[in-house]
Write a protein that binds this ligand. Structure first.
Ligand SMILES: Cc1ncc(COP(=O)(O)O)c(C=O)c1O
Length: 388
């Protein structure tokens, strides 16, 4: 006997918040074999030690559920060990920072509550808020240099005891993807201290390229205040870190949320028991133990970024560069044509069409100097620049 569809729909509708949601546009297919400057990935891949560790995984490990013993300790060690004043129970393990973000919203965001963030910023925050039925207040960066809207964010955080409802979540991407905007970590700690009723989440995915992290400041405080606990004075602060970009593990999916043990526990309650797979665990141990590989890569990217910015300036091409392994370019010709032309030349970049403040620009991820030279040669030809 046929079962009558719910509410007259030919299929069972999802929750109303999900029915209204548009799927987050994931990377396009067919990216292999091309120079991928479209998703800010590591353009060389992971450390050879990671590759070796994965190759050494015995097949019987595929058949058993993953084990996480010692991984939280390894994260603490990579972040400075005892000097970090972090403890393993302050480290949450997630299926990429995307997984951590999803969990933060599931654990903390209820329908009708507010997410405070900036615009434009990383595209996954808004769908996470929408799937919880949250409202979004996204404050624009300040033109012309995309400065952080500090005063507006401060003003949107009511002082404790005020009538106005505090936002449930404040999400700060530092440095910001895609504008590269940097905010001094001390300002973030001030915001968190001023908003005890708001969970302040700092997405530090690209901090290696700017050196702006709240973690050293938290460690310093723990030391001077004698608490020995990085999150003692700011239990409403969460820091997100990933091995996707700098360590080159984007395909394996592993990221971390750092915060006071109680908050990490709440965020971890809404994930499945084995969301992080055992290949990612093995790779993470090897990657965390080889900081030298990451440091060398970051140094190469920063050198290539400076070089490309110099070429763009000399050629009079409008661009914007700040923190992060990416920059924005505004071509004179239509952005879609340039994006397509570059694709035909074997180079992927990301059009920012439709994004507030940066519509008409391309975001170009930075790789090595040789890769950026390849990009720049192709760009010059397609954009009809004199040396092209
Ligand atoms: C700012 C920001 N946060 C989080 C993510 C997701 O990172 P992960 O690969 O760890 O899920 C990205 C990926 O592009 C990002 O740019």
């Amino acid at each position: 006997m046929a079962v009558a569809p719910l509410t007259g729909s030919p299929f069972p509708p999802a929750r109303p918040d999900v029915e209204r949601l548009q799927a987050y546009s994931a990377p396009l297919e067919g990216r292999r074999g091309l120079l991928r400057l479209d998703f800010n990935e590591n353009t060389l891949g992971p450390s050879p030690k990671v590759v070796e560790a994965i190759r050494a995984i015995p097949p019987d490990q595929y058949a058993v559920y993953p084990e996480y013993d010692g991984l939280r300790e390894a994260v603490v060690l990579a972040l400075g060990g005892a000097k970090s004043h972090l403890s393993p129970d302050q480290v949450g393990l997630f299926n990429g920072v995307d997984g951590a973000l999803h969990a933060v919203f599931q654990a903390y965001g209820s329908a009708g509550e507010r997410l405070l963030t900036t615009s434009p910023t990383f595209g996954y925050y808004a769908p996470c808020a929408r799937m919880q039925g949250m409202e979004i207040e996204a404050i624009p960066y300040h033109l012309p240099c995309f400065a952080f809207p500090l005063e507006e964010i401060r003003a949107a955080l009511p002082p404790p005891g005020a009538q106005q409802q505090a936002p449930r979540l404040l999400l700060i991407c530092n440095p910001n993807n895609p504008t590269g905007t940097r905010l001094a970590p001390a300002r973030i700690l001030e915001l968190a201290a001023a908003a005890p009723g708001t969970l302040v989440v700092v997405d530090e995915l690209y901090e290696a390229f700017s050196g702006d992290s709240v973690l050293p400041l938290l460690a310093e405080r723990a030391q001077t205040q004698g608490t020995g606990d990085a999150f003692h004075s700011l239990p409403n602060l969460v820091v997100l870190r990933s091995l996707s970009k700098t360590a080159g593990l984007a395909g394996l999916r592993i990221g971390f949320a750092l915060g006071c043990a109680e908050v990490v526990d709440r965020i971890s309650r809404v994930t499945g028991p084995y969301d992080v797979n055992s290949f990612a665990v093995t790779a993470a141990f090897a990657a965390l133990a080889d900081q030298a590989y990451v440091d060398t890569y970051v140094e190469a990217v920063l050198e290539a970024r400076d070089w490309l910015a110099g070429e763009l300036a000399e050629a009079g091409v409008r661009h914007h560069v700040d923190g992060g392994n990416y920059l924005l370019i505004w071509p004179d010709s239509p952005v879609a044509d340039l994006e397509q032309g570059l694709r035909e030349a074997g180079i992927l970049v990301r059009s920012m069409a439709g994004k507030p403040l940066i519509d008409g620009s391309l975001r170009v991820s930075i790789g090595t100097r040789a890769q950026m030279e390849q990009f720049w040669r192709a760009y010059q030809v397609l954009a009809g620049l004199p040396d092209g």
